[in-house]
Design a protein around this ligand. Structure first.
Ligand code: FES
Length: 175
């Protein structure tokens, strides 16, 4: 594996914004089903702007560095700008990640989306799974996301629980 950049090593050794926010406005927790790593991100929002972000990540060095850099990048951003922050941009801010570790950066983007979705829900607004605030094709996006998750799980041999009203669960095993 290619070595980590200086910036990645710096964030692994001295991660910024580690911990929990008391009384957060949004919390997002995402797990990587393949490696089992988990990231929890807390955000504080004032006037549509993220004023604080903290994380707890149980995972590899790349996941820690991504979480740390992500919090630095989102603090001060509006919700709309934070939604535009991609895992690629976080990896670039770290001067890159080894290709085999790029999937670790997805944890950060997904946790950020989840935290913003939680914040929006508390405001009575629903963030579409595609990341758009006012998405006109929400059902299609949700179906596309379910298809993507099923394909991802199947590719890795992970069993996914079918929704309760799915025919797949009707009369099925109780194990
Ligand atoms: S190996 Fe699991 S997030 Fe990096």
């Amino acid at each position: 594996m290619e070595p980590y950049t200086e910036k990645v090593m710096d964030h692994i050794r001295n991660p910024r914004n580690v911990g929990e926010i008391d009384d957060p406005d949004g919390v997002g927790e995402i797990g990587n089903p393949i490696c089992g790593d988990v990231m929890r991100l807390y955000i504080k929002v004032e006037d549509n702007r993220i004023t604080d972000a903290k994380f707890q990540t149980f995972g590899c060095g790349a996941a820690i560095a991504v979480s740390s850099m992500l919090t630095e990048l989102v603090i001060g951003k509006t919700i709309e700008d934070a939604l535009r922050l991609s895992n690629r941009a976080v990896a670039e801010a770290l001067d890159g990640l080894p290709p085999v570790k790029m999937h670790c950066s997805a944890l950060g983007e997904d946790a950020l989306r989840a935290a913003i979705r939680d914040y929006m829900a508390k405001q009575g607004q629903q963030l579409c799974v595609c990341g758009e605030l006012d998405c006109p094709c929400r059902p299609e996006c949700e179906e596309r996301e379910r298809t993507r998750e099923r394909a991802h799980a199947a590719a890795h041999g992970i069993e996914v629980e079918a929704p309760e009203d799915s025919p797949a669960t009707a009369g099925g095993s109780t194990n």
